[in-house]
Design a protein around this ligand. Structure first.
Ligand code: AP5
Length: 220
């Protein structure tokens, strides 16, 4: 499988990162998460990271020009296929992505829009734990690690993201409604949107559905 160019759209906590990691390993495409790129910049502690952390900890979007610059570099250096997670998040970012892909000479094949009720999103965000070392994602109830606080995959420490606190969750959900949800119509109008129920489904069941949708794009 290779070469598919995908973007995952959906509210905070809907499961984009969880499914993107499965798509990456099963479909052999790089996982480009702007959230992970920004968290890496924060952990390095330079100016970009310091500026970004103020927006991220408060649950606000990082300014378009910053995120577009980071994403452009990663898309230009990766191969033909990729799964974008958390980008684009504004119409300006969507237009910028078109420009980046035009420069690279490839189209965006599909946008998968994950949908779930708001109470499901809040439950997922408040119970999420992530590995500091390998980035694996768990949930204290839905997808618990075998040993509390320890990553099954690498033994690293599991932590709770600063933006998974109640106040920041509220701001993030509002930012999604105000700045990102409009992209559903944007991509529906372009004829490349597929919506997926992410509220009731186990990640493995969701992945099977996604693999079936992607089949025409995956060349062995
Ligand atoms: P980012 O890291 O992208 O966060 P997000 O979009 O808010 O999404 P999340 O990572 O919170 O959730 P997810 O949908 O990936 O869910 P997950 O798989 O983890 O961005 C963070 C911040 O960076 C932003 O707020 C902003 O400040 C900045 N930023 C990033 N990109 C930006 C951009 N383009 N422009 C501007 N600013 C940007 O799952 C959540 C939980 O649910 C986990 O515990 C998981 O185990 C569980 N779970 C997942 N799937 C299921 C399932 N099917 N059933 C049961 N439980 C499940």
């Amino acid at each position: 499988m290779g070469g598919v160019r995908l973007a995952l759209l959906g509210a905070p906590g809907v499961g984009k990162g969880t499914l993107a990691k499965m798509i990456k390993s099963e479909c052999n495409v790089p996982h480009l998460s702007t959230g992970d790129m920004l968290r890496e910049a924060v952990s390095k502690g330079g100016k970009l990271g310091k500026d970004a952390s103020e927006y991220m900890n408060a649950g606000k979007l990082v300014p378009d020009n910053v995120v577009i610059g980071i994403l452009r570099e990663k898309v230009m250096e990766c191969g033909e296929g990729f799964v974008l997670d958390g980008f684009p998040r504004t119409e300006r970012q969507a237009e910028a992505l078109e420009g980046i892909l035009a420069d690279k000479g490839v189209p965006l094949d599909m946008v998968l829009n994950f949908e779930a009720p708001v109470e499901v999103l809040i439950g997922r965000l408040s119970g999420r734990r992530q590995c500091r070392d390998c980035g694996a994602i768990y949930h204290v109830k839905n997808i618990p690690p075998k040993k509390s606080g320890v990553c099954d995959a690498c033994g690293g420490e599991l932590y709770r993201r600063k933006d998974d606190r109640d106040e920041a969750i509220k701001v993030r959900l509002k930012a999604y409604e105000e700045e990102t949800a409009g992209l559903i119509d944007y991509y529906r109008d372009k004829g490349i949107l597929e919506s997926i129920d992410a509220g009731q489904q186990d990640p493995d069941v969701m992945f099977k559905r996604i693999a079936a949708i992607l089949k025409p794009y995956l060349v062995n």
